[in-house]
Design a protein around this ligand. Structure first.
Ligand code: PEP
Ligand code: MG
Length: 589
């Protein structure tokens, strides 16, 4: 215990990586770096510019070394983040601006770096998309390294983290999180800032290390050596817990362990209802790091790979070979299981590289997804060529996002075929025909489902957007979040219509929006007759468990009755009661 242990308290944050663990706090304080602010004379400007150049070169060299270390021990994924940091170092928005300020305002390099990064971070603050906003942490990581090098300070966390540590930090750069997790001595991470989509959270999840992020002022509240109980599922941090709180925590930990055991048992069992209806459960991924977890949770394939995440953290779009390498990795990891790769859903809030600063007046209805790709053919073709090349390595399915009518589907398909012919002419090996489907996530596509089903090989319903557009509520806007109702009658009618159209045309229909992974809706989805549900890895066992306790026949009759009601609240209440009433049967293993 530390000399001055913190009084018992509970800090609430965001559960970013599930699991419960108890350990001693290891507080990493990277904020205490005081940046010297000095005015310089005109004759000192050249020296300052030279110091800056040396610090950049040194930082670059360190990052290159770190990257090589990580590549040797950790695979390529985390190393890619470091490569992005190296690009950031050389980005004119940082470097040219720092040099300009040194010369124009006659200030020392450390101060200039801080001023420019503050401005850059401010630009990130104004980005609505949470994921991109979180990239502020990467700007900090790079700037911190440069400033420390300018000041001749030790840069890397060459820290002796003791066995059984809970690492507490204001913010933890993903590279540090990856390295710390790799030591095997870290039990959990707690950070003051961050969200579920911050890179550190992703690294923690990929490493199955419990993490709580957004735990406000944890790094100031917690002292080194404090006993810390971390609940990465509920997002709670108990500091020096009292005996009764500790007892409660231990009980929760035992429950979690039990649940994990159940999960292991479920992994081998099919997702089948009590009356024998089989529903395939697949996984959604954004990063390759999530593959092991998907397999551990028994995913029967990938229902959605959000490839636009390949564009994050970099100023240049990935090359065809980089796309290809990623797709090949995913396909090979999944063997014969289907891998559904969605073409880029860029635009709107997710604008790549140097266009990141552009804002559209109404991004959700702007140049997004397939519209963006059809207006940026170079990007689209690069991806399509890579997909065609990768198709030889597994069971590929390709789908186009945000299709709103037949013309878009035809245009996208014809671009794919043009790429196939082009590769053929170049003598490049391409796999056979693979399924080409669409995301049904606009009301327009829902209304046209009967037509689209004649030219799409499958449907995947994107409820996140379908609900947003059907109910006319911005999915990013907290003010209208209360209206976001998956069981709204208009949503249910749209879903029924889409599934019906797919059935009539004889094409498979799946769902990959958040609704698919929420056990509250499993009954409805079973009743509607979806062939596949795709969700994040951790949701698969719970949905499977629910599915194995329901009967399709009962679910159908419940849905029919529910759809005679009028409000989402009435429908929710009715279905909750039904689940309580009928959802008890257990299918024999
Ligand atoms: C959806 O809209 O439901 C979906 C899966 O796509 P995204 O969340 O990436 O927009
Ligand atoms: Mg969508």
């Amino acid at each position: 215990m530390s000399e001055q242990a913190t009084p018992s308290c509970t800090i609430e944050g965001i559960g970013a990586s599930p699991g419960l663990t108890l350990g001693r706090a290891f507080v990493l304080d990277r904020r205490r770096l005081r940046t010297p602010k000095l005015r310089i004379s005109e004759t000192e400007v050249d020296t300052e510019l030279m110091r800056m150049k040396t610090a950049i070169d040194l930082s670059d060299h360190q990052l290159q070394e770190l990257k090589e270390q990580l590549e040797r021990s950790d695979g390529k994924d985390h190393a890619l983040i470091l490569e992005a940091h190296r690009l950031m170092l050389r980005d004119p928005m940082l470097l040219d601006e720092v040099n300009r300020i040194i010369a124009a305002d006659r200030i020392n390099a450390e101060w200039a770096v801080r001023r420019v990064t503050r401005k850059l971070k401010h630009a990130f603050d104004n980005i609505a998309d949470e994921y991109f906003r979180e990239r502020r942490a990467d700007v900090d990581f790079v700037a911190d390294r440069v400033v420390r090098n300018l000041m001749g300070q030790v840069v890397d966390v060459a820290v002796e983290v003791p066995e059984g540590s809970v690492v507490v930090a204001h913010d933890l750069p993903p590279a540090d999180a990856a390295m710390l997790a790799r030591t095997g001595r870290v039990l959990a991470f707690v950070t003051d800032v961050g969200s579920q989509t911050s890179h550190t959270a992703i690294v923690a999840r990929a490493r199955a290390t419990p993490a709580v992020v957004g735990a406000v002022r944890a790094s100031e509240t917690i002292s080194p050596g404090d006993l810390v109980a971390v609940d990465g599922t509920a997002g709670l941090v108990l500091v020096n817990p009292r005996p009764e709180a500790l007892k409660g925590f231990e009980a929760a930990r035992a429950r979690f362990a039990e649940l994990e055991q159940e999960t292991l048992v479920l992994r081998e069992l099919p997702a089948v209802s009590t009356d024998g209806v089989r529903v395939r459960l697949l996984g959604n991924i954004e990063f390759l790091e999530e593959l092991p977890s998907l397999l551990d949770h028994g995913a029967e394939g990938i229902g959605l790979y959000r490839t636009e995440f390949l564009f994050l953290d970099r100023s240049e779009p990935p090359s065809e070979d980089e796309h290809y390498a990623c797709y090949r990795t995913v396909l090979e990891a999944m063997g014969t299981r289907p891998v559904t790769i969605r073409t880029l859903d860029l635009g709107g809030d997710k604008v790549p590289g140097n266009r990141r600063w552009e804002r559209e007046p109404n991004p959700a209805m702007g140049l997004r997804a397939i519209r963006y790709c059809l207006s940026r053919r170079d990007l689209f073709r690069t991806q399509l060529r890579a997909l065609l090349r990768a198709s030889v390595h597994g069971n590929l399915r390709v789908m186009f996002p945000l299709i709103s009518g037949m013309a878009e589907l035809r245009e996208a398909r014809s671009e794919l075929e043009a790429c196939r012919s082009e590769l053929g002419r170049e003598g490049v090996r391409v796999g056979g025909r693979f399924a080409v489907g669409i995301m049904v996530e606009t009301p327009s596509a829902a209304w046209l489902a009967d037509r689209l089903a004649t030219e799409a090989d499958f449907f995947s319903i994107g409820t996140n957007d379908l609900i947003q557009y059907t109910l006319a509520i911005d999915r990013q806007n907290r003010e209208v979040a209360y209206l976001y109702k998956p069981l709204h009658l208009s949503v249910l009618r749209a879903l029924e219509h889409i599934v019906g159209a797919a059935r009539t045309a004889g094409i498979p229909v799946s769902m990959c929006g958040e609704m698919a992974g929420d056990p509250r809706y499993t009954l409805v989805l079973l009743a509607l007759g979806l062939d596949e549900l795709s969700m994040t890895a951790g949701q698969i066992p719970v949905v499977k468990q629910r599915l194995r306790r329901l009967s399709r026949a009962e679910a159908r009759s419940a849905l029919e009755q529910a759809m005679r009601l009028s409000t989402a609240e009435e429908i929710e209440r009715f279905l909750d009661e039904t689940v309580r009433r009928i959802g008890l049967a257990e299918v024999p293993a």
